[in-house]
Design a protein around this ligand. Structure first.
Ligand code: ZN
Length: 124
């Protein structure tokens, strides 16, 4: 069977319980997809930032990063309670000093990333 996430071919035993669920991720992708996000709460001058990320590593291989990116939907499930959602990758983080203070007045901000960035360092 071919994994719909990474595209690799893997051995998958069909039985009656999984006969109609053929688009099942391979075991290594499923392990990543089953992980919950990590969260930091960062107070700012006029509100709070909820910062969610999927791994505390500061870098990942490109293929693994892409698998984690499937997890954004999981982090967005709770996003309805926030005034602003910002998805941060390396490029956005490199310019964070310029744009993050502009959003402090929004009240409840949700920042999501795959790898961990030191967001709290830029809020003080
Ligand atoms: Zn896979």
């Amino acid at each position: 069977m071919q994994c719909p996430v990474c595209g690799r071919t893997y051995v998958f035993e069909l039985d009656f319980s999984n006969l109609f669920s053929k688009d099942k991720p391979c075991p290594s992708c499923q392990k990543i997809l089953d992980q919950q996000y990590l969260e930091e709460t960062i107070p700012v001058s006029r509100g709070v930032i909820a910062y969610r990320y999927f791994t505390d590593q500061s870098s990942l291989a490109y293929e693994v990063y892409q698998i984690y990116a499937y997890q954004f939907a999981k982090a967005l499930d709770m996003a309805i309670s926030h005034d602003l959602i910002i998805i941060v990758e390396s490029h956005e983080y490199s310019t964070i000093e310029a744009w993050l203070p502009l959003f402090f007045g929004f009240g409840s901000i949700l920042i999501i990333s795959v790898i961990w960035f030191d967001i709290a360092r830029h809020t003080g």
